[in-house]
Design a binder for this molecule. Structure first.
Ligand code: SAH
Length: 461
């Protein structure tokens, strides 16, 4: 190992930064985040650096660098474009035993800055020992994506409760096991969700009886419209933690596969007029699984609260005091709109958008059609494939011009996506001819004309 990664306390300590340009600014941001007392030496400094110094009570010394500037500093950073000066600073600092960093000159450094993932107080530092900063940064962005944004809250919470836990569990190995359990449990999820008070109550209970940490919980998770890359970070993380996954037909199997290998997978999917499991049984199953101590992820296509009956599923959970969380997903309308190049609102076409259920009850779609007549509103019909001829006819019958643009987006965001466009008058015939397969989404309004120019997604690419 060429370098030993250490963490340096700078809070309240004087640090010297030589240089006033953009590179110096980047270092100044880091140094002030670490709470150092910053002095910048440079004849000129950029505006942002000046503002930063004002904000953090730093000092700007506009004279040239002098060796006396080093007196009493805990760290010196040289970020000038003058390599002779940088060498001089490195030499002076080394002679005085002051840690020195020269930007982009590893040979002149006694300390180097790692790339960091900041979940303060939790920090991840990555370094290539100065060999390939780009590689280190690339790795950082991957780690960045893996760690929940609120992980710092969890570290802070654990820090605050350390003494309490130590007093209750004086024996070291028992305490370590306890913390391992806590950090893997639903308690950790509570903290990540910003619910520290509930987490604290649970922690106190679990110090008396650690089985409370094994309480089941249900996560109602939106899986998005199809493309697995549209999953949220939170959804991906909870899937990895689930003991059981319940999913329906709309959920892409690739997403279901993201669950742990040993997680139980239960298909509860619904197809039009073929319900694999009646809704009431799904609701009951969620409660029973949670009561048996399972961590359950209920995956729903799109967003759980948009035509997803998510409300019904959590009603019973709430009544039976089962802890739950709801994780939003990208709803089909958003996915279809973006992947088909049909903005849902647009200055020139639509100032509002309405999501409408388009399924047939008997032979009709029950709506007050007179409400849907604003030319400045985009209408998105979910579940409207079978009822499409009725929907188009009703819209026309209630006054929308027959040439109002309309599109049917088939299997939106998936490689098989297809967009059929026409008007209220022509779309039913086009759809009958092309025979698209579900799921499909019907979009009506002037915005549909933008598809021709804004479409970017090449299916199957
Ligand atoms: N909760 C889901 C909607 C469930 S209702 C969401 O927020 O998206 C089911 C309807 O959603 C389907 O009949 C269809 O109209 C629409 N839908 C879901 N995924 C779709 C997709 N990939 N492409 C087109 N429509 C989709």
């Amino acid at each position: 190992m060429e370098y030993l990664p250490l963490c340096m306390k700078l809070t309240g300590y004087p640090v010297l930064l030589v240089g006033g340009g953009k590179v110096a600014l980047r270092k100044a941001r880091l140094l002030s985040r670490a709470g150092s007392r910053l002095t910048v030496v440079a004849p000129v400094i950029c505006d942002e650096l000046r503002e930063l110094l004002q904000l953090h009570d730093g000092t700007w010394n506009c004279a040239g660098y002098q060796v006396d500037d080093l007196s009493g500093v805990r760290l010196v950073v040289a970020a000038t474009s003058d390599s002779a000066l940088n060498t001089q600073i490195s030499h002076d600092a080394t002679q005085r035993g002051i840690p020195v960093n020269v930007v982009d000159a590893p040979a002149l450094c006694s300390v180097i800055f790692p790339a960091i993932v900041d979940r303060n107080p939790l920090l991840v530092a990555i370094t290539s020992s100065g060999r390939s900063p780009v590689l280190a940064r690339g790795l950082r962005s991957r780690i960045e994506a893996m760690l929940p944004a609120a992980l710092g809250r969890l570290a802070a919470f654990a820090g605050e409760q350390r003494d309490v836990v130590q007093a209750a569990l004086p024996e070291e190995s028992t305490r370590r096991l306890f913390w391992e359990k806590v950090l893997e449990s639903n308690l950790a999820e509570l903290v990540l969700a910003g619910r520290e008070e509930e987490a604290l109550a649970l922690l106190r209970e679990s110090l008396v009886d650690s089985s409370t940490l094994e309480r089941g919980e249900v996560y109602l998770v939106g899986a998005g419209p199809g493309d697995p890359d549209l999953l949220t970070f939170k959804a991906a993380r909870l899937l990895q933690r689930a003991d059981v996954v319940l999913y329906d037909r709309l959920v892409n199997p690739v997403i279901v596969d993201m669950a742990r290998r040993d997680a139980e997978r239960i298909y509860v999917g619904k197809r039009r007029s073929e319900h694999s499991l009646p809704q009431a049984e799904i609701n009951r199953l969620l409660v029973d699984l949670a009561h048996s101590g399972k961590r359950v992820v209920r995956l729903k296509g799109g967003d759980p609260f948009v035509f997803g009956r998510g409300g019904e599923e959590i009603e019973l959970l709430a009544r039976e005091n089962v802890p739950f969380q709801v994780v939003p997903g990208i709803t089909a309308a958003n996915g279809a709109a973006c992947y088909a190049g049909i903005p849902l609102t647009h200055r020139d076409h639509a100032q509002s958008v309405r999501f409408v259920a388009g399924y047939l009850k008997g032979n009709s779609v029950e709506h007050d059609w007179s409400q849907f007549q604003s030319p400045a509103e985009t209408l998105v019909f979910y579940m409207g494939l079978v009822g499409l001829p009725v929907i188009c006819a009703q819209m026309i019958a209630h006054g929308r011009p027959p040439d109002t643009p309309a599109a049917l987006v088939e299997r939106a965001t998936l490689p098989e996506q297809r967009v059929l466009t026409g008007s209220l008058a022509t779309l039913p015939e086009i759809v009958a001819r092309e025979a698209p397969s579900a799921p499909t989404l019907l979009i009506i309004g002037g915005v549909v004309t933008l598809h021709a120019s804004l479409s970017w997604f090449t299916p199957g690419a």
